[in-house]
Ligand binder design. Structure first.
Ligand SMILES: [Mg+2]
Length: 434
C-alpha cells in the first residue's frame, strides 16, 4: 500500500511558518529575479492569479487585494522540506520513504492493517502540521499512480468551505480496485491530471476518446502499447492496481549537479562573469561534498538574453575533463575559469551563466593517480568551509574569486529572512516575566 504526502502550496506555506499573522493573507512567491509567479497561497489562487503569470500583468490584482509578495527563498524552502522529510523518516522508517520532490514523498504503508490506514495518515498529517508548520495532503492507493490521484482529491477536499473531519486525506485503497465506487471516482479525474500523462500526450489520448482516468484504465492494452509504448502501459496497469513503480528506497547516486541562474542585471566584463561562475561552482561543489561525491568533468555555459532580440545574441559552453576527479572547490573553480576563458567573447551583454558537474563518482571509490600528491590539507579546509557555511548560511565564507559587491546577483527585492538557517536572520523572541 502506498501513500503520497504532498505539502500544500509549499513555498507560500513556508513563508507563513515564521509569520503566523499572514495565515489568511493571500501570498505569491516570485521566480528568480522577481519575474513571474511560481507559487500561490489558496487565497491568491481564489483571486485568479495564474501560475507562471508575469508579475507586471497581475500587479493590479496584487495592489487591489493587498497580496503579500515574496521573492523565492530556496534556502528556507529546502530547510523546511528537510524537516518534513526527516519527520516522515522518523515516524515510519527511512526505508519506507521515497523523497520525490522538494514537497512530495511516497510512503510505503504495507506494514499497516488496511483498516488503520486513514487514521494513521490523519495523525501523520496532524503531526507534520504541528511539528513543522507545513499543511499537507495525503493520498492512499494500491500503487503510486493511484496514491497520486488520491492526493489530488485530498487536496481538493482540504479547501472545501466545510471540510469534514477526513479532509486532507483521501484513500482509494479502502475501495477494491475493480469496485464500481473506485471507478466512479476515476471517472471524475481528467486524464491530464494523472501522474506521467504530460501535456503532449493529453490531446492524443483525448482524440481517441480517452478523457478520464476511468477511460484510460479500461483502454485497450495492445493499441496503447503500439501507439505510445510501454511507459503509458505501466501507468494504465498502475491504475488497475498492479505495481509497476516500486518505492525507490535506496538513495541512488545522482548523475550530475547543475547550478545556473540568470543575473539581476546584464553582465559584460570577464571579471563579473567569472565571479558568477565561481559562485555557482562553489555552490555545486558544496552539494557534491554533501553527497560524498567527486566530479570528473565540468561544463560552463553562458548566454545573452534571448528575450531581447534587439541585442546581439551569443551562447556557448565548454567542458573540461579533470585529470583526477575532485570535490575541491579551488580545483573546480580553476577548471571553470579555463572553460570560461575558452568561450568568453567581449562585447556582449550576458544574461545567464551555469555550471554542470558530471561523471560523478563516490569519493569512497576514488581511483588514485600515480603522480598525484594527495592533499590532506584540502579535505580539512573544505570540511571546515562547509561546516561554517552550514552554520552561518550559504556563502558566508567564500572564495575571493566569487567577488564581494556582486552587481550581477539576482534581484530579490522581497526575500524573507532565512529564519531557519542563518543566525543573524533568526526571529527574535522577547520574553517578559510577569
Ligand atoms: Mg505540493
Amino acid at each position: 500500500m502506498f501513500a503520497l504526502l504532498d505539502c500544500n502550496n509549499f513555498f507560500a506555506s513556508c513563508e507563513r511558518v515564521f509569520r503566523p499573522e499572514l495565515a489568511k493573507t493571500p501570498i505569491v512567491v516570485l521566480s528568480n529575479n522577481d519575474g513571474c509567479v511560481i507559487a500561490r497561497s489558496q487565497e491568491a489562487k481564489a483571486l485568479g492569479i495564474a501560475m507562471g503569470a508575469a508579475v507586471h500583468l497581475v500587479r493590479p490584482l496584487i495592489q487591489r487585494y493587498q497580496v503579500r509578495v515574496f521573492s523565492a527563498n530556496f534556502e528556507l524552502y529546502g530547510d523546511l522540506s528537510n524537516r518534513v522529510f526527516s519527520l516522515l523518516q522518523e515516524s515510519l522508517s527511512p526505508k519506507a520513504v521515497e523523497i520525490y520532490s522538494i514537497d512530495e514523498a511516497f510512503l510505503d504503508l504495507s506494514m499497516l492493517e488496511p483498516r488503520l490506514l486513514v487514521d494513521f495518515c490523519q495523525e501523520l498529517r496532524r503531526q507534520t502540521h504541528q511539528w513543522t508548520g507545513i499543511p499537507v495532503s495525503i493520498g492512499i492507493g494500491q500503487t503510486k499512480t493511484l496514491a497520486k490521484v488520491a492526493a489530488g482529491l485530498a487536496k481538493k477536499n482540504a479547501y472545501k468551505p466545510n471540510p469534514s473531519t477526513h479532509s486532507g486525506v483521501f484513500s482509494l485503497a479502502t475501495l477494491p480496485c475493480h469496485n464500481d465506487s473506485q471507478d466512479s471516482i476515476l471517472a471524475q479525474v481528467p486524464v491530464q491530471d494523472i501522474w506521467g500523462i504530460g501535456f503532449r500526450l493529453t490531446p492524443a489520448l483525448q482524440g481517441r476518446g480517452i478523457q478520464t482516468a476511468y477511460d484510460l484504465k479500461y483502454a485497450d492494452d495492445a493499441v496503447l502499447l503500439k501507439r505510445y509504448g510501454s511507459t503509458l502501459l505501466r501507468t494504465v496497469w498502475e491504475l488497475r492496481g498492479t505495481i509497476c513503480y516500486p518505492l525507490k528506497t535506496t538513495c541512488s547516486v545522482r548523475k550530475s549537479i547543475v547550478c545556473s541562474r540568470s543575473f539581476g542585471q546584464m553582465v559584460e566584463s570577464f571579471t563579473d562573469l567569472m565571479q558568477a561562475v565561481a559562485t555557482y561552482t562553489a555552490r555545486a561543489s558544496e552539494k557534491l561534498r554533501e553527497d560524498g561525491l567527486q566530479a570528473g568533468c565540468i561544463t560552463v555555459s553562458i548566454r545573452t538574453n534571448r528575450f531581447r532580440p534587439d541585442e546581439k545574441q551569443y551562447r556557448a559552453s565548454h567542458s573540461i575533463r579533470l585529470p583526477v576527479p575532485s570535490d575541491d572547490t579551488p580545483t573546480l573553480i580553476q577548471a571553470a575559469r579555463q572553460c570560461l576563458e575558452h568561450i568568453y567573447q567581449h562585447g556582449f551583454l550576458y544574461h545567464k551563466a551555469g555550471i554542470l558537474l558530471q561523471e560523478l563518482t563516490l569519493l569512497s571509490a576514488r581511483q588514485q593517480d600515480l603522480f598525484e600528491v594527495p592533499s590532506e590539507h584540502s579535505a580539512v579546509l573544505m570540511k571546515t568551509l562547509d561546516k561554517l557555511n552550514r552554520h552561518h548560511g550559504h556563502g558566508s565564507i567564500r572564495f575571493a574569486s566569487e567577488g564581494l559587491t556582486r552587481p550581477w546577483w539576482m534581484k530579490q527585492s522581497h526575500r524573507s529572512p532565512c529564519y531557519s538557517s542563518r543566525w543573524e536572520e533568526r526571529p527574535r523572541i522577547q520574553v517578559q516575566a510577569l
